[in-house]
Design a binder for this molecule. Structure first.
Ligand code: ADP
Ligand code: ADP
Length: 235
């Protein structure tokens, strides 16, 4: 059974048809790449899967169950975590604080329960290290990290908090070769941990490095959907 399945899904904004008849599946331990130029409908697809803009046609299934994700909260509750390109981080706060943003553990009793800073620092440090993310320290403001490092931290964070589906919005756009490689390594790592990954990109090369399925969008419609073994580089 797929973690997420779209069957003939469409989405309109007034008269604008942003997406029409798009079908794809995301299985556990699988990377589904969504490719397309500007205006193809990639962002719209992300918004449907992450509960920002519910679809208005076709069927969306999560864990085999038909659903309509009406809010980001609902998507998160279903195990779908989205890492946006312009990450929602607080640049001046330390890496560990951002890692736990929105679900900070507390200690003590009563109304004066304090943030469990030691736990957050240690856990962030250990989780990042376990995923091979080599930061000098987790106390530095997250704004001092490179774009690639921030993407990696965000992916590690989703894995730590138990996401089952990871939606990545052009995570390697604007990154150089080395940083893109680091992010792609983390994508493969999340896949190996059993997550289903939706990898939105306009870079076919990056898609091919990690993808199991390739969905090609063009002006809101799906013009291709291929498993990796259906693509041959031979004549
Ligand atoms: P991509 O992310 O691939 O560039 P989008 O999903 O952003 O594509 O856009 C697909 C189409 O839907 C485009 O024609 C775009 O202009 C239109 N669109 C996207 N969002 C809106 C919106 N909120 N209101 C009206 N039209 C929109
Ligand atoms: P060791 O790695 O041998 O346990 P360290 O002095 O490197 O000894 O770290 C002790 C503990 O402090 C680690 O287990 C880790 O959880 C935490 N730690 C180490 N470095 C940092 C850091 N830069 N930021 C936050 N916590 C750290």
């Amino acid at each position: 059974m797929s973690l997420v399945e779209l069957a003939e899904v469409s989405k309109h904004y007034g008269n604008v048809r942003a997406l029409e008849g798009v079908s794809l599946t995301v299985g556990a331990g699988e990377v589904t790449c969504v490719l397309g130029d500007n205006g193809a409908g990639k962002s719209t697809l992300i918004k449907i899967i992450s509960g920002l803009h519910p679809h208005d046609g076709g069927v969306l299934r999560v864990d085999g169950e038909e659903t309509r994700l009406a809010s980001p909260r609902e998507a998160l509750d279903r195990g779908i975590a989205t890492v946006y390109q312009d990450l929602a981080v607080v640049p001046l706060m330390p890496v560990w604080r951002n890692f736990f943003l929105g679900s900070e553990p507390r200690k003590g009793k009563g109304p004066f329960r304090r943030l469990d800073v030691a736990h957050m620092r240690r856990t962030t440090w250990e989780k990042l290290r376990a995923m091979g993310i080599d930061l000098r320290d987790v106390d530095q403001p997250i704004g001092t990290l490179s774009g690639g490092e921030r993407q990696c931290v965000a992916i590690a964070r989703a894995v730590h908090f138990g996401a089952r589906v990871l939606v990545l919005d052009e995570p390697t756009a604007a990154l150089g070769v080395k940083q893109s490689g680091e992010v792609l390594r983390l994508v493969a790592r999340a896949r190996d941990e059993g997550l289903g990954v939706v990898f939105i990109t306009h870079n076919p090369h990056h898609a091919y490095l990690v993808g199991d399925r390739f969905v090609l969008l063009k002006r809101g419609t799906m013009v291709g959907n291929h498993a990796r073994d259906e693509i041959t580089l031979d004549e």
